[in-house]
Design a protein around this ligand. Structure first.
Ligand SMILES: [Zn+2]
Length: 236
């Protein structure tokens, strides 16, 4: 586990250690943002215990690789209202995903297996969070597109954005990281609404973040992330 900002810890796990779970210090314990994959359950539980105990889990969105530990840890789980149905569904592949759009055949065939292996199954949602709500000193922002109820967390004081899959720092169509310093709107194969996903990347760009902690790979940092993110919105 590594400390990525004041009060923010990152646990990386599963394939290529590219799956991210964030722990946000909150009143003597931690809030877990995103829930990674099922295989990360033991490490996530230990990490939260070391940091004072798990108060609640907030899902950035409900895809299989972001809800994996949520049903297995002993804490109430929250998400955006538009994500509740998919979080509570037993489908490892969201109904709007269209994997046939992925350009590389072996990757296209691999994903259904991966998604089912990553998934921890349906998650009972205890409550919801919406744009403007506060979570562990961060403000909730709605970034619909990749998923209908995708949310990120924003902290003005150090311009830190923790954004789940609003942007990818991976090339998901080829299962490899993007070159250092690059970002991309997620591939349309995953999208609930790709036009909205592009708008959401622009919404993130307009915040002019100093660092972007995404759902996969290490945090993106730099002087000019607004430009990087504006380019990212146009990648697909
Ligand atoms: Zn996703």
């Amino acid at each position: 586990m590594e400390k990525v900002a004041d009060g923010v810890w990152l646990l990386r796990g599963d394939m290529r250690r590219a799956m991210n779970v964030y722990f946000l210090e909150d009143e003597g314990g931690v809030v877990q943002f995103d829930a990674g994959t099922k295989s990360m359950t033991r490490k996530a539980r230990a990490a939260a215990e070391r940091l004072g105990g798990l108060r609640r889990i907030v899902l950035g969105h409900a895809h299989a690789d972001h809800r994996g530990t949520a049903s297995r840890l002993e804490a109430p789980v929250f998400c955006h209202p538009d994500e509740v149905a998919d979080a509570e569904s037993d489908a490892a592949i969201a109904p709007y995903m269209d994997l046939s759009q992925l350009p590389v055949a072996p990757v296209r065939w691999l994903y259904p297996l991966l998604l089912r292996r990553w998934d921890g199954g349906p998650v009972k949602i205890a409550g919801t969070v919406s744009e403007g709500d506060e979570v562990a000193g961060f403000r909730v922002l709605h970034f619909p597109g990749h998923a209908p109820g995708l949310i990120g967390l924003w902290r003005e004081s150090d311009r830190l954005a923790i954004v789940s899959d609003v942007v990818y720092l991976v090339d998901s169509a080829r299962l490899r990281p993007l070159p250092e310093g690059e970002a991309s709107v997620p591939h349309p194969a995953w999208a609930w609404d790709h036009a909205k996903a592009k708008e959401s990347v622009r919404k993130l760009a307009a915040l002019e973040p100093a660092a972007v902690c995404a759902g996969h790979e290490r945090p993106l940092r730099g002087e000019n992330l607004r430009e990087v993110l504006e380019r990212a919105a146009e990648r697909y």
